[in-house]
Ligand binder design. Structure first.
Ligand code: AMP
Length: 445
């Protein structure tokens, strides 16, 4: 299958060629021809699947086919949950639209100066990429009209709903024409996303790309068990020192712990910086630039801030705190293994965080292999006969955990809440007070 066979204009094909991509990804193969027919689409696809190009290319094709009337407003509107993702999408629009000299785009996100954005909107704009909150501000202040929108894209719709944007989305959609084409992309199409999809689309074609278990094909997933916070910190430092690590994103549960951890890593000589939602957009961009150009190698981030980060050098994702839910896990590990490369995702789990790990395994349908780092083995009561052989290398793994064979594991962690980290109290995920008594028995072998 080639891009030529998808029915795209030459101007787009040559821009694709310039990116070096030769074959469309599955979501592109299915969504591009379907979108070109003008149909509404509901696409379940994940980050890293090539979904951005899957909606950007049909949008650009529409713009090529129907040039703007004088005085008209944007004809393509893309809504994304986060600023970083919006910027990433705008960049993709420019990349694939590089041959279209007349193309004007605007990225309307919070944290950036409103006035500069308003000024941008005073000129004709073909494509607006926005986060819902800031777009509403512009609508309210009449800096923007959406009555010429022909294509509306909701990117990561599930995440937008998670972040409480449901009402904003409805307000925005109400300002667009009824006969627009709507493309909704989401990790899942069930539940509340399904309800939203029904409201916003007409006779939508459903495209389901990858079942959960296939989502992270080129990403090796590992689990390291930690006895307590000190142990976890040592494990992290050892991982960050490993030779095969180019760049890493380290996830924490809270903004405060992202700040604290990045400071303590810097004090220990690591080139680390924090990225979280309390930072001004300009500071967030600066940090991401530093990551892109290699001035820092470690980004300590929270979930929201890390959405949409697409840096090819990220060889490792390290979950210092496990994510709140399994979907976040898939998004987190998708920060590595970008653009067809391999990646390693390592989750550090305290004794009481094992429940979340189990929920993740159920969601992805894949068990996460337990590894240990020589010299930093967890203090466990594993019978000596079941201990793994001493490792030659620095890291070695213990093979997959067989959940069915280890009934003790689950009951040891009855305080952990699968699929939710809500009960956790400390900035670092908590659960360490009784670390020794709750140390897993069977999981470490
Ligand atoms: P996305 O799912 O849109 O976040 O894209 C994931 C990554 O895949 C980005 O780095 C894209 O530039 C890259 N990509 C998109 N389409 C292709 C393709 N057809 N072949 C190879 N890489 C691609």
């Amino acid at each position: 299958m080639s891009f030529e066979s998808l029915g795209l204009e030459n101007a787009l094909l040559s821009a694709i060629e310039a990116t070096g991509y030769t074959t469309p990804t599955p979501v592109q193969i299915q969504a591009i021809p379907a979108a070109l027919t003008g149909a509404d689409l509901l696409v379940s696809s994940h980050t890293g699947s090539g979904k951005t190009a899957a909606f950007t290319l049909p949008c650009l094709q529409r713009l090529i086919e129907q040039r703007a009337q004088p005085g008209s407003g944007p004809r393509v509107l893309v809504l994304t949950p986060t600023r970083e993702l919006a910027q990433q999408v705008e960049k993709a629009v420019k990349t694939y639209g590089r041959k279209l000299r007349w193309l004007n785009t605007a990225c309307l996100v919070g944290g950036a100066p409103f006035i500069a954005q308003a000024k941008q909107l005073s000129r004709p704009v073909d494509v607006v990429v926005a986060t819902p909150g800031r777009l509403i501000d512009h609508l309210n202040r009449r800096k923007l009209k959406l009555s010429d929108v022909q294509m509306l894209i909701l990117d990561e719709a599930d995440r937008m709903l998670d972040m409480g944007f449901a009402e904003d989305i409805e307000t925005i959609v109400a300002a667009t024409p009824q006969d627009r084409q709507t493309l909704l992309f989401s990790a899942t199409l069930d539940g509340v996303v399904g309800n939203l999809a029904r409201k916003l689309t007409t006779d939508a074609q459903r495209i389901e790309i990858a079942p959960a278990q296939e989502r992270s094909g080129n990403i090796e997933q590992r689990l390291l068990l930690a006895d307590n916070l000190t142990h976890k910190t040592r494990l992290l430092e050892s991982l960050l020192e490993s030779d095969d690590l180019q760049q890493a994103v380290v996830f924490t549960a809270t903004k405060r712990s992202a700040d604290e951890l990045s400071i303590s890593l810097r004090e220990k000589g690591f080139a680390a910086d924090a990225l979280h939602g309390d930072m001004q957009q300009r500071a967030r961009n600066r940090t991401l630039d530093k990551l892109r150009n290699g001035r820092i190698s470690i980004l300590v981030a929270t979930d929201v801030a890390a959405r949409g980060i697409d840096v090819a050098g990220i060889s490792h994702v390290i979950n210092f705190d496990p994510p709140r839910c399994a979907e976040d896990y898939v998004h987190r590990i998708g920060r590595t293994g970008r653009a067809g490369r391999d990646g390693i995702a390592i989750t550090l789990s305290g004794p009481r965080e094992i429940g979340v790990i189990r929920a993740i395994e159920r969601y992805t349908g894949k068990s996460i292999e337990v590894h240990v780092i020589e010299g930093l083995e967890p203090v466990s009561r594993v019978p000596s006969s079941r201990r793994p052989p001493a490792a030659r290398g620095k890291h070695h793994h213990h093979g997959s955990r067989d959940r069915s064979a280890q009934p003790n594991g689950r009951s040891s962690f009855r305080n952990a809440r699968p699929g939710s980290g809500k009960g956790r109290s400390s900035a670092h995920g908590g659960g360490y007070a009784h670390a020794r008594s709750a140390t897993p028995k069977a999981q470490t072998v």
